[in-house]
Write a protein that binds this ligand. Sequence first.
Ligand SMILES: *Cc1c(COP(=O)(O)O)cnc(C)c1O
Length: 456
Amino acid sequence: MQYLSTRDYGPVSFDQVLADGLAPDGGLYLPIDYPQISPDQQKIFQNKSYIEIAFDIIYPYVSQAYEAQQLKDMLEKAYANFDTAEITPLKKISENCYFLELFHGPTLAFKDVALQLLGLFYEALLKKSDSFKTVLGATSGDTGPAAIEGLKNCDKVRIYMLYPYGRISDIQRKQMTTVAAKNVVPVAVEGSFDDCQNLVKEAFSDANFRKEMHLTAVNSISWARLLPQIVYYFYAQSRLNLQQGQVPHFVVPTGNFGDIFAGFVARYMGLEADFTLAANQNDILSRLVNNNDYSQKEVRASQSPSIDIQVASNFERYLFELNGRDAQQTAQMMHDFKQRGLLELPTDTYEQLQLEVSAAAVSEVETTKTITNIYKKHGYMIDPHTAVAVKAAEKLKLKQMVCLATAHPAKFPKAVAAAINIFPDLPQKQQHILQKEERFVKIAPELTALKELMRQ
Ligand SMILES: *Cc1c(COP(=O)(O)O)cnc(C)c1O
């Protein structure tokens, strides 16, 4: 399998995709075509484990980089840290309502599904090239812990994870600062999340520093992060026992458009499914789907911070597919969007999009009420991101739904307690981090301070 960028660079190998993250032309990598999983193969998935299904889905994309057995070993290792053999269990709470629980990994959010495997991909890549990498990232809460957990055992990788001092939850911070690995440096920046992101951008745009440090990013524009997420859509379908002619309807709380796009890739590969995009009060994506209005506004902080976005970085991939894989047109549209902060799709493209996805936006009050209602009715605790999905499905009057439960309720205890008056307990396995000693470095939001730290 070869890869090309949404702005026409390529073809390149999977290893190159992994090493680059973002393509050199500023575009995002996608496979040249999508391997097909036939209905018969999908039927067999009913009798296969999560890891066996993962192998069938992922192998065609990486077979030039790894032997079959090597990938099998990686999958076993990546998912050994999950607290259930089902990896992403499907919970039925009523006749027509399911939750796909994606929070059973070490940091309690769905990002573990991808980042646990990404760490092993990196390890294999660096072994081959006898080189090292410095991962530099900024986190508003969930990506940082998941990236650290995924990469902490790669001895050829050093990780600097920037977070805004005093502005992330205690659990999120402790998941980063209590990791006792010498190659992990949590960096508290005296500023906002935007300050952290700007520092990262500045460091990456300093070509000499980038080269000197062998800098790399692990944000969600990386194809290698999307790839493992395709699996749970097929897995969910195989566990649903739907009647002939029925297709699953996935409802996805969406920020950077990575998770839902992985679902679309599953569909390009032959999965029959419907999709709903759920947004919070930061509704650029639902405005696009419902009104063909993709215009940037100020981000307003919400209870579901992982989907507080202004621009969805993975949207370019979907745009490329909607444009019939026309790289030039895609590049032009992205360029216009950057200039004007605004995008309007041509009528036929917009009509196509409306056939492929529905959307709804959910307010803060609705989020809280939904956490309350689901707990009262079903005794099931959900986190605010999952609540956004449930409410979006209700607004669209879906008859049947599989909501992606992207975080464990204990990761957002304040929002949950505000709704049901109970502080959700951390799972047993996580409780030790509450007592552990914390270790981090604090810096001013200045590039010189960051560079000095990294050169030490
Ligand atoms: C990252 C995240 C999301 C959003 O996923 P995208 O791929 O950015 O759309 C949703 N929920 C939680 C809990 C997350 O951490």
